[in-house]
Design a binder for this molecule. Structure first.
Ligand code: C5P
Length: 299
């Protein structure tokens, strides 16, 4: 008996970041959009908790208890007085340490898979509370679609999306550490008055109407200067995609993956080709949004 859950990556179409809080986190207005790049997480009974990972970037994925998938199994088991004796296999297609919430996705997927395997029937609210404990982006991986995350990003309000958006994601060589990017944000904003983060009305409107040019005009990521400061070569990738016809380009979350919004699927393919040919990225992936959150695809 095993259970498989498919879970999407995300892009932040708006990431408004406030000043550092006493707990070290930052208050956010974080508009998440789920995109059609997926990991698949399979759990099966085992004599102890073990993890394996397959896929081109599997070598970069931690296979110990720091993996959010393992932590999800442990937290859920602890809440029910169970022992987390499962084998977790992650079939990884989401870029690793890329700002697309791949690790968070695996946490949400493992949580749903274990809940199903163990027949616990947790409510969505119970699962979301464990997700929030696992990390700021994990609740969104469970929910998918589009949502505004406030607090440290874990308090979600689902958003309406009126159409399909087409994207290219340029995968960079090597990852960026999320805490390091937030640290660089703090350094760059030191001594400045950082405004309280707020969702942009124009951006929410563009999502509601499904209008790609309007969304392009409203895309914003406050972490982008920090990611560019740590990885200046990303500016070339962004420039290459916009020169090739993307409506807009931005760093995805804390990076270093860069995201390009295009007017349609055909344009996404030609932007992806130009990005690959330029040598300014390791890989260029075409995807669309929105897509659903974590769901059981096999049991
Ligand atoms: O919540 P998560 O474990 O994904 O966060 C990883 C790191 O990113 C945190 O330790 C913190 O340094 C930074 N972070 C932050 N403010 C947020 C979310 C994350 O400073 N709202």
């Amino acid at each position: 008996m095993s259970v498989t859950v498919r879970v999407p990556a995300k892009v932040n179409v708006q990431l408004a970041v406030g000043g550092a809080r006493p707990d070290g986190f930052h208050d956010l207005a974080n508009v998440f959009l789920a995109v059609s790049l997926y990991d698949e997480v399979t759990v099966s009974p085992a004599s102890s908790l073990t993890i394996t990972c397959s896929g081109p970037d599997a070598g970069q994925v931690p296979l110990d208890r720091t993996n959010l998938a393992a932590r999800a199994a442990e937290l859920l088991a602890a809440r029910h007085g169970l022992s987390p004796d499962v084998h977790i296999h992650i079939a990884k297609d989401i870029p690793v340490a890329g700002g697309m919430a791949g690790g968070s996705a695996d946490g949400a997927a493992a949580l749903l898979a274990c809940d199903t395997l163990w027949g616990l029937h947790s409510t969505r609210a119970q699962l979301l509370s464990i997700c929030a404990e696992l990390g700021s982006d994990v609740p969104f991986s469970l929910v998918g679609g589009a949502a505004l995350g406030t607090g440290r990003g874990e308090r979600l309000t689902e958003l309406e999306v009126g159409g399909e958006f087409h994207w290219v994601f340029a995968v960079a060589d090597g990852g960026l550490s999320t805490p390091a990017v937030y640290g660089e944000f703090d350094r760059l904003t030191e001594g400045l008055a950082v405004p309280a983060p707020a969702a942009s009305a124009a951006l929410l409107d563009a999502l509601r109407t499904g209008d790609a040019p309007s969304l392009a005009g409203a895309l914003a990521n406050d972490l982008q200067p920090a990611a560019l400061s740590l990885r200046p070569s990303l500016a070339d990738t962004l420039q290459t995609g916009t020169s090739a016809g993307a409506l807009a380009a931005l760093v995805s979350g804390s990076g270093p993956t860069t995201a390009f919004l295009t007017k349609d699927e055909e344009s996404a393919r030609s932007v992806a080709e130009a990005l690959l040919a330029s040598g300014t990225c390791r890989e260029a992936r075409v995807a669309s949004s929105p897509t659903g959150g974590a769901r059981v695809v096999g049991a």
